[in-house]
Ligand binder design. Structure first.
Ligand code: GPU
Length: 827
């Protein structure tokens, strides 16, 4: 093998797939990579050596994929995303290479447990929540489907913060995911790209006598690419994720060093490096910070330059760019890429404006992930103009041309022009990024049927009227590799025993399990899987947080970012109400199935109401868990630092999935899909992808409750008064009063007063309006759960009918409806 390598520029074959071969490779990595002997190796040494051994197994495939892609000159997807919430890499790489067994056996022969090394990995938390995790699922699917794709993003030195609780209140800690070594990344400092910022623009006459604009920037940084492998599932393909890290440039150094302030100069290098220092921890609520805009421009400018200069052949005619690339914009975060490509074509390549615009429009497509007005990104013109003056000019020109067109189609309709302008005038002059993305994109999509409909009707109505064909839907999906096969091996084995392994790459085939819902023996096995997963969770929580779960209770789970619209407060009110009814003697705790309420949620550090809600959940939990009157019936657990890794153990154990956002607010949700695929039943509103889940699994296997979107609209328009619900509903009143009394804060009435008064006087997300319907639905859950066989049947049908929610299907939909590129299955 080594001989083969010597004669070729790329390793021709993967290292031998045998236990002995693995052990040899592993020890070699330990000795020559880590510089330790087995006897002296720490767990971290062992983990790093293992990671390097496994990645070596992927290397030949990776180089081969890159080579083929170059040769094929096929169209690629460039997924532009400010976030990738990848989760741990080791397990996924082992699955992709089908090497788990060999590795497990080989390690065991050295007295090492694979599980211990697995747990050593710190997951790269380079995303906040759903949007970042979606990006990770999508690139997994594209690799598995052999579609050429490069994921582009930012290599944050600090990902999403690590959440701790101090007296029940969230305290954020830095996530130093890189400190113990980063075996999955490949830095390429030699391929760094320079990106400019600031300065001004000037007019000049070029050699052909044409009047042009150009940018005279004042500072720059270097983007160093870090490559990561994105292995397809056992298909020999490895795509690339390329994340950019910011570094000071030499010019930058020189200017400052020449001033003679040596120490000051070194210190100020960090100015440049700050750009990729930290992920902004706000989910669905952009903060409008200058550094954030620097991050956005930094990574898209690096990415476009990389694609044009390094991925495309040197002599490539950029007029053909749309045949080679589609830049998919993951929300508006990367939309500054649009004026950047225009700037390259017009200013650097000296094209005519119209020629450049025609090409640019074909190269982008935009996915919107929200309906919340506060989540729609806008950048103050002053800020954008200071950082990227030429881009602002270009945006103005795009806007002028567009509005001129609109004016032609709707003569005299001033109001429409104002509504459709990229530039908003109030409350301050700013750039509406969603409008820019919509105007520039060849397609605009929402992420679930309902969301796409509301996007057309409510968020971008003028645009959908103007370009009805531009708008489409692609319902989100999740990767079955990570969220079923890896997260739930027991269920995976059960499914594979029943229908074969084809479901892993063709999830629709789960349908073949449907008849088994009526098979008693199968149901028993299915329950045994759930019980096993609950034990696994219980052991993890014990180890991780010292939390003890009671055996044999319904596991009711709400995990997602903490946001008022998601309504964790409604869940708390349900628990408090049950507690109050039991202690007041109204409800006999032995008449309801015992339940464990599990939460997982991070709050943005500056989001006061969200942080208070976390404290409320923890304080309610403390009181409930300590009260002998409800012991065994109600248990509340809230393990800190919910992340992908915890999700992988928590979701497979769940019986009930809480998807209770106010109708019309959750764009899609993807946790909802993961729960259904792992055999939990959903209690949910008619929102996001819940609608499609319910349609597929059937009404009788889903607990629907709450107002529907038009009712929400009507209630808000009529003037919603939450206090009326409080006055009229005694159960609700007693629950709120109990919180207000300070019962969960050691008698202190002030601690949760803001939550109480917000509920009574504002309640933007109609918690009180949906309270009774929610309680009624929970009663139906209890009743259904008592019939074990019927519940299991429903759970199996949830799995069997959720194959639609594979991210593979989502990717086929993007190919059909948006990218129009056939995947190249190169062999
Ligand atoms: N989402 Br906008 C985020 O996670 N972060 C954001 O900044 C924005 C949206 C989520 C949506 O809230 C969720 O409904 C959706 O399933 C997910 O994006 C992926 O589309």
């Amino acid at each position: 093998m080594t001989e083969n390598r010597a004669n070729s520029t790329a390793p021709a074959t993967a290292p031998q797939h045998s236990v002995e071969g693995f052990v040899k490779e592993f020890l070699r990595e330990l000795h020559y990579g880590q510089g330790v002997t087995l006897e002296r190796a720490s767990v971290n040494d062992q983990y790093l050596a293992l990671a390097r051994t496994v990645r070596e197994y992927l290397m030949a495939r990776w180089l081969e994929t890159v080579r083929r892609q170059r040769d094929a000159q096929a169209k690629s997807v460039a997924y532009l995303s400010a976030e990738y919430l990848l989760g741990r890499q080791l397990d996924n790489a082992l699955l992709a290479t089908d090497l788990s067994e060999i590795v497990e056996e080989g390690l065991a022969s050295l007295g090492i447990e694979l599980g211990t090394l697995r747990e050593q990995e710190v997951e790269p938390g380079l995303g906040n929540g759903g949007l970042g995790r979606l990006a990770a699922c999508f690139i997994d699917s594209l690799a598995t489907m052999s579609v050429p794709c490069i994921g582009y993003g930012i290599r944050y030195e600090y990902g999403i913060f690590r959440q701790t609780f101090v007296d029940g209140f969230q305290v954020e800690k830095a996530d130093s995911w890189l400190t113990l070594g980063a075996p999955w990344e490949f830095p390429h400092p030699e391929a760094a790209v320079t990106v400019h910022f600031g300065g001004s623009t000037e007019r000049y006459t070029d050699d052909d006598g044409v009047e042009r604009s150009r940018w005279v920037p004042t500072w720059d940084v270097r983007g160093v690419p870090y490559n990561y492998m994105v292995p397809g599932y056992q298909n020999g393909r490895v795509n690339t994720l390329r994340l950019w890290s910011a570094q000071a440039t030499e010019a930058f150094d020189l200017a400052i060093f020449n001033s003679g302030e040596y120490v000051e100069a070194v210190r100020s290098q960090t100015f440049a490096e700050n750009i990729s220092k930290v992920l902004y921890p706000e989910d669905s609520t952009p903060q409008g910070k200058e550094l954030r805009l620097q991050q956005q421009y930094f990574f898209v400018a690096c990415s476009i330059r990389d694609f044009v200069e390094n991925v495309l052949p040197a002599d490539f005619d950029l007029h053909n760019l749309p045949e080679r690339i589609i830049f998919q914009l993951n929300d508006t975060h990367p939309v500054i890429a649009v004026p950047e490509l225009m700037r390259i074509l017009v200013d650097e390549k000296k094209w005519d404006w119209d020629e450049a615009w025609a090409v640019t429009q074909k190269c982008f497509a935009y996915t919107c992930h929200t309906l919340l007005p506060e989540a729609l990104e806008v950048w103050p013109v002053a800020l954008l103009g200071k950082l990227l003056p030429r881009h602002l000019e270009i945006i103005y020109r795009i806007n002028d041309d567009f509005l001129a067109e609109v004016a032609q189609r709707y003569p005299g309709d001033e109001l429409r022009l104002r509504r459709m302008s990229i530039i908003a005038e109030h409350p301050e002059r700013s750039v509406r990024m969603a409008f820019l993305a919509t105007i520039a994109g060849s397609k605009v999509n929402g992420v679930a049927e309902l969301h796409s409909q509301l996007l057309r009707d409510k968020v971008l109505p003028d645009f959908s009227e103007y370009w009805p064909d531009k708008f489409t839907n692609v319902t989100n999906g999740v990767t079955p590799r990570r969220f079923v096969r890896l997260a739930n091996p027991a269920l995976s084995d059960l499914i594979t025993d029943a229908i074969g392994p084809g479901w892993i790459t063709d999830l629709g085939r789960l349908r073949e399990m449907e008849p088994l819902a009526d098979d008693q023996e199968f149901r028993e096995k299915f329950r045994a899987v759930k019980a096993h997963n609950k034990h696994r969770l219980s052991a993890l929580l014990q180890r991780r947080d010292g939390i003890t779960l009671p055996g044999d209770a319904m596991l009711d789970v709400m995990v997602k970012r903490l946001h008022e619209y998601k309504r964790q407060t409604l869940k708390v009110l349900h628990i408090v109400s049950l507690y109050e009814r039991i202690v007041s003697g109204e409800l006999d705790p032995t008449t309801i199935p015992p339940r464990v309420f599990a939460f997982g949620a991070k709050a943005a550090p500056g989001y006061k109401m969200a942080k208070q809600t976390i404290a409320l959940i923890n304080h309610v939990g403390r009181v409930v868990n300590a009260d002998p009157r409800v012991k065994g019936a109600l248990t509340v657990v809230f393990p800190p630092n919910y992340n992908v890794t915890l999700a992988e153990t928590l979701i497979p154990a769940a019986d009930l999935s809480e998807q209770i956002s106010l109708a019309g607010k959750e764009a899609s949700g993807t946790g909802n899909m993961k729960f259904a695929l792992n055999g939990a039943l959903t209690i949910g509103t008619d929102d996001g992808a819940n609608v499609e889940i319910r349609e597929l699994v059937g009404d009788e296997n889903f607990f629907l409750f709450g107002l529907v979107e038009p009712e929400v609209d009507a209630l808000v328009t009529a003037g919603y008064r939450p206090a009326e619900f409080y006055e009229e509903n005694a159960t609700l009143r007693r629950a709120i009063d109990l919180i207000a009394s300070g019962a969960f804060a050691g008698g202190d009435r002030t601690v949760f007063e803001p939550i109480v008064s917000n509920l009574l006087h504002e309640d933007r997300f109609l918690v009180l309006a949906d309270f009774q319907a929610y309680l009624d639905a929970q009663d139906r859950v209890d009743e259904a759960y008592r019939d074990t066989e019927a519940w299991t049947r429903s759970a199996i049908l949830n799995v069997a009918r959720s194959g639609f929610f594979s991210s593979d299907r989502a990717m086929w939909d993007y190919i059909d409806r948006i990218w129009h590129s056939r995947p190249v299955v190169s062999r």
